[in-house]
Design a protein around this ligand. Sequence first.
Ligand SMILES: [Ca+2]
Length: 553
Amino acid sequence: MIQDSPIVTNSYQFVLLKTPMQKAVIGLVSIIIWVGTACTNRTGTESSESKPNVIILFSDQHNKKVMGFEGHPDVITPNLDQLASEAVVFDRAYCTQGICVPSRSSLMTGLTLRTMGFINNSGHTSVMDDAVSMASIFKKNGYKTYAFGKRHLRDAIDEGWDVKKGHSYNPDDDDNYVSWIERNGYAREFAEDWAAEFGKGPRGSSEFESKIPTADLGTRISKLPEGFTMEAFTAMETIKMIKAHAKNDSAFFCWASFYRPHQPYNPLPKYMDMYDVSQWGDGTGSGSGIKKPANFYEPTENLPPQLQDQRNGGNKVWNMDKAFQDEQLWRNYIGGYYALVTEIDHHVGEILKALDESGLDNETIVIYTSDHGDFVGNHGMVEKCAFGQNVYEDILNVPLIIKYPGKTKNGKRIGELVTLADVLPTLIELVNMEVPDLKYPIQGESMVDVMLNNGSMNREYIVSESWSQAAVITKDYKLGIMLDPTSARKDLDYRDFGDMFFDRSKDPLEIENGIDDPTYKDQIDLLMKYYDEYVQNTPATGKDEMIEKLLEK
Ligand SMILES: [Ca+2]
């Protein structure tokens, strides 16, 4: 939608006017003005064209390699495979930090952790109040906005939703999974799932005070009937919304956000039965037991200190020491993770089918992505252990599949380095949205030229960072710099372990730390220089504010 005077005050004013598509739209607007008729589109605003719907299918903790079309030996994902064949697939998409809230917030604002200032999932800074969310931008542009499932956002970053139905109990939401499962009479079954990690039922449930045992590696088969998981709730609400929009003809932006395959790992028997976890084998695709990860027995001393502690049994939910005595526990977790991905894949298929049956598939942009990955047994680790590292590919590399019917090239693989902060500027350009005055300009960059025109991001590197570790990622190399978390957070200081360096072209499993190898000195110096450049060019407004607050205490 091109307005008479676009209110664009950030760096995207150049991007917004430079692509052939934009020029074509401007040309079309000129023609319409020339014939003296401005048509009214289905959102009721004056425009030359009807806007596409946008749906972000999202999962939590989905390791990018764990999809069938990636050549995985085990996991079964026919619907994601089909979507990927009809879309562009980014092979080198990374989260800006390998943990929920900061990563999701980057997706929603296009900002970095450094600028927002989160410490892992917590903390509050003024940037979080002043940021403008993706949902708010869509809403201002005439879209009806929906969030179904896990948001895990805060302050202004969680604003802009017309309808929100979360996974957790929240009286401010229009509905939530915990209340819904209670109404349906399965509160106990869900509490047993939830307790695999937390030892009790969820907040807001009649089972909140119930003491229920945790489960080794957070893995327990669900007793919920099919159709009553958190994933089923997200899909059900999304499909209801799609069917309603098929009739009312207004544009929607929807974040359909699955909680899984995040722990607690509670697969339904239907999906678990697709994987033979009774023994290690050559993989489900070969008709045998699931395949053991190639770097499963990585020596403990290779891993950063927090991961070593978990390996040695320091985390009493995971009980990893026990799992190494009985590998059946590992197979249950790894197969359970695949089963959760397969359940999500089923719901993705149902949502795409609803778009198709409602006749909206050709006018809806579909994105599939996730906030970060999971080790899934790689490096002999469970979950993401994001408090002790922010370097491993299993955690930082995320799925990113984008389909714009009639525009994206089917099955195109893209090797450019991108981050989740690039999604918002991409959508702004794709949908041609007006951007309000932003106090903190978007730091990501549009991927449209790469997606539609064989363009380049012109990037030598990208950075993903936590308070403990910054990963500088180039085409072939990765440097994990252990940071000084300042005197404010001594507990996050892992500098004694030293930095980490991986030659990804020779060591894709990331088991040979080359930081002391003189062969790599020039490369390491270069990546260090890139990081200095990144720090200089990226305002640390939120992080500085957070440090000041912590030092005052
Ligand atoms: Ca997460």
